[in-house]
Structures are given as structure tokens and as C-alpha cells.
Design a protein around this ligand. Structure first.
Ligand SMILES: NC(=O)c1ccc[n+]([C@@H]2O[C@H](COP(=O)([O-])OP(=O)(O)OC[C@H]3O[C@@H](n4cnc5c(N)ncnc54)[C@H](OP(=O)(O)O)[C@@H]3O)[C@@H](O)[C@H]2O)c1
Length: 363
């Protein structure tokens, strides 16, 4: 089979299509033609194969999250593709290489600074819902051998957040062996957290409103699956599963009442709650300090992770032969549906930007 010539494409095309968020509301996600610009010396041009969605993309598009963010911007924070051109100072990537994007592109390693938020891809920095993207070399990683580009496109936010919430290093993960970890729901972050936690030898307890997925979740390594119920019922069920001890780590993607009424009372002494999301609400009202002092708990905010976190995650996944799971595929012109339609499968929602290369395994 003849391989596409990426070099030729880079020379011949003058404009490319991209979707932009031009205002608040789903109707303001519109397709446009963008003029190509020359690369800076440290940049690479990438033909996009696939992008993937996260709750953030929906909340940004609807204006429920960061409504004052400068627009227009190209949405979608996760993506992967093939390098079609490299800037003069890029010596370690070449045309035809398969790459995936890092999300907080100025956060390379070490400590986090708030100004890094300005470098987040998929708003405010242009994201992956486009025929091609330009990224600084530092903001892309090579796709692991054997992965498809769709799989590679499905990790930058959800996988790195899960990794960081679980401790962010191989050593901290090792400490979770034999410990109960509470995972809320089976969405993007939670499913990847389940995969990682199980491989680390932790005992993941998964809450879900979709108990028909119980068998699949147990096969992924959940030690117990807790179905729908009131916060009080679910708390009791989890206490039974954990023989009354509670959990050492909780990854809270729901916030609101769930944090105060379910999670905090379930924490073991000196346990850690990774504060990740606000699917219910970013606001809590009630006794936060009492349970924290009583159990000497740690509440730790997570904002995805650094490039080094991403490298470590990929190393861990390769070592354990883990791959992101894909639940559904959409085309770019179905972006509204991809963001709003609730898919029943377990895994990521992928936007197949270039069907010729999205499913191709990297050799
Ligand atoms: N801080 C960070 O670095 C970071 C990074 C990524 C995401 N986040 C945040 O984390 C949260 C999860 O993001 P995501 O992309 O993983 O979300 P997602 O894929 O849309 O997660 C949806 C799943 O969460 C569960 N869920 C529980 N309560 C829910 C509720 N009140 N409304 C909707 N779903 C609920 C459901 O699981 P079941 O179907 O199994 O019941 C649902 O399928 C969001 O608030 C997002 O903004 C934060």
C-alpha cells in the first residue's frame, strides 16, 4: 500500500480547516479556513490524525467554565498526528514521525505556577480540532510503538490527570499497593485512573450509575463496583467493602455534596483526597475542617500535570501494556454531538480527523 507523502502536503497547501469557539454556546463552534504561517525555529507542523474530548471541552464550549477566556480558539486539548514540517532548530524529530500533544505546554517538569494555565491547549491556546496544528517541539511527545494515533490522542488531559491524582510518580504509586482507592464514575479521568491504580496493585472501589458495566470494570481491576444509591447508602456499601476501614485515596471528580457527605467520612487517617473535578458543583457547604483535622487528611488540588508526568505515564503504560480505551468515534462535523451525547460504552470519545491515518499503528 502506498504511504501518504507528508512532505508534499506541507509544501502545497496554503490554508487548512479548523473549528473555532467564537462565543459562548455550542452553536458558536464553527468551521473556518485558516491561512498557514511559516514555522518558528522551535516548532513543528503536524497533520492531525485524531483528537479526543474531555468534560472541559463541553464546559468551555457552553461557557460554564472560564466564560471570559479570550476567543476565538481552536478547541480540544488532546490530539495526535504526523509531523509534516520541522523548524530549523528541531533536530530530534523528522517528517513522518508520529507525535501526541502535551496539554499544559509550558509546564515541563517540577513545580506548578499559575501562569502555566495560560499555556493550556484547547483554550486559551489553539487545540487539535483542525486539519493541522503547529506546536513547539517541547509540547509534543513521540507516540509509543504499536499504539494507534487514536489511542495516542486520548491521554493528554484525562490520563495525565489520573496519573497525577494517583501520586504522579512510580514511587508514590507503589505505596498504593494493597490500599483502597475510591474512583468516582467511569468517565475520562476515572477510567484511566482505574487502569493505572489496578496495575499498581491498589484496590480500586468504583462508583457508577451504570451497574451493567460491573463485569467489565471488575475485569479492568476494580475490587468492588458500587451502583446507584443515596450518598448515605453508597457510603455504607463502601464501608462494608473496605471492612469498615474506608479508603486511603479518593479521586474526587464530582465535588459538591459528594465531597463532604461521601468522600470525607470515608477517608482513612492521613488519607489523601485528590480534588479534580466539579461534575456536580465546585461549591461545598458544610463541615470541611472538622473531618480534615480529625483524620489528618490532605486535600490536594490537581491541574493535569507536567510534560515529565506525561513521559512517566507513557513509560508506565508501556511497561504494563495499557492502552487508552475508545468508546466511540465521531467526525469533526459531529463535534456538537460528540461533546453532548452520552455514549454508553467505557472509554474515550475520539474525533477522527484523518481516517487515513487515525487507526494506523505506529511502527
Ligand atoms: N483538575 C484537573 O486537572 C482535571 C482534569 C480533567 C478533568 N477534570 C474535571 O474532572 C471532572 C471529570 O472530567 P471527565 O472528563 O473525566 O468527565 P466525564 O468523562 O464527562 O465523566 C462523566 C462520568 O462521571 C460520572 N459522574 C458522576 N457524577 C456525575 C455528575 N453529577 N454529572 C455527570 N457525570 C457524573 C459518570 O460516571 P458513571 O456513568 O459511571 O456514573 C459519568 O459517566 C470534570 O469536572 C472535569 O472538569 C479536572
Amino acid at each position: 500500500m502506498q504511504q501518504p507523502s507528508f512532505e508534499k502536503q506541507a509544501e502545497e497547501v496554503e490554508t487548512f480547516w479548523a473549528y473555532q469557539s467564537t462565543g459562548l454556546g455550542m452553536d458558536h463552534l464553527t468551521r473556518t479556513e485558516i491561512q498557514r504561517r511559516p514555522l518558528a525555529e522551535d516548532e513543528v507542523r503536524i497533520r492531525v490524525a485524531a483528537a479526543a474530548t474531555n468534560y472541559r471541552d463541553l464546559a468551555l464550549a457552553k461557557g460554564e467554565y472560564l466564560p471570559h477566556m479570550k476567543r476565538p480558539f481552536v478547541p480540544l486539548s488532546e490530539g495526535a498526528g504526523i509531523v509534516t514540517e520541522v523548524g530549523g532548530k528541531v533536530t530530534d524529530l523528522k517528517i513522518g514521525d508520529a507525535v501526541l500533544g502535551h496539554y499544559t505546554r509550558d509546564w515541563l517538569e517540577g513545580e506548578f505556577y499559575v501562569q502555566y494555565h495560560d499555556s493550556k491547549v484547547g483554550g486559551p491556546v489553539d487545540g487539535w480540532l483542525a486539519q493541522e496544528v503547529i506546536m513547539p517541539r517541547r509540547a509534543v511527545l513521540e507516540v509509543p510503538k504499536g499504539w494507534t494515533l487514536e489511542q495516542a490522542a486520548s491521554l493528554a488531559v484525562s490520563g495525565v490527570t489520573a496519573w497525577r491524582a494517583l501520586g504522579g510518580s512510580k514511587d508514590s504509586l507503589a505505596q498504593l499497593a494493597g490500599q483502597y482507592v475510591l474512583i468516582e464514575g467511569t468517565g475520562n479521568v476515572s477510567l484511566q485512573a482505574l487502569d493505572i491504580a489496578a496495575k499498581a496493585g491498589a484496590l480500586p472501589v468504583v462508583l457508577t450509575s451504570r451497574p451493567h458495566h460491573q463485569q467489565a470494570l471488575l475485569e479492568m481491576g476494580a475490587c468492588a463496583v458500587i451502583g446507584p444509591g443515596s450518598l448515605e447508602q453508597r457510603r455504607q456499601w463502601i464501608l462494608e467493602v473496605t471492612q469498615g476501614h474506608g479508603v486511603s485515596l479518593a479521586i474526587d471528580v464530582i465535588g459538591g455534596d459528594t465531597l463532604l457527605s461521601l468522600v470525607l467520612p470515608l477517608m482513612r487517617e492521613e488519607g489523601r483526597v485528590a480534588i479534580v473535578g466539579f461534575l456536580d458543583s465546585p461549591k461545598v457547604s458544610g463541615d470541611l475542617i472538622g473531618p480534615m483535622l480529625r483524620g489528618m487528611l490532605r486535600l490536594e488540588g490537581v491541574s493535569v500535570g507536567s510534560r515529565q508526568n506525561f513521559v512517566d505515564l507513557l513509560t508506565f503504560m508501556q511497561h504494563h501494556n495499557l492502552r487508552p480505551k475508545i468508546a466511540a468515534r465521531y467526525s469533526p462535523d459531529e463535534i456538537q454531538q460528540a461533546l453532548t451525547h452520552r455514549v454508553d460504552g467505557l472509554g474515550k470519545i475520539v474525533i477522527v480527523v484523518d481516517p487515513c491515518i487515525a487507526g494506523r499503528a505506529v511502527s
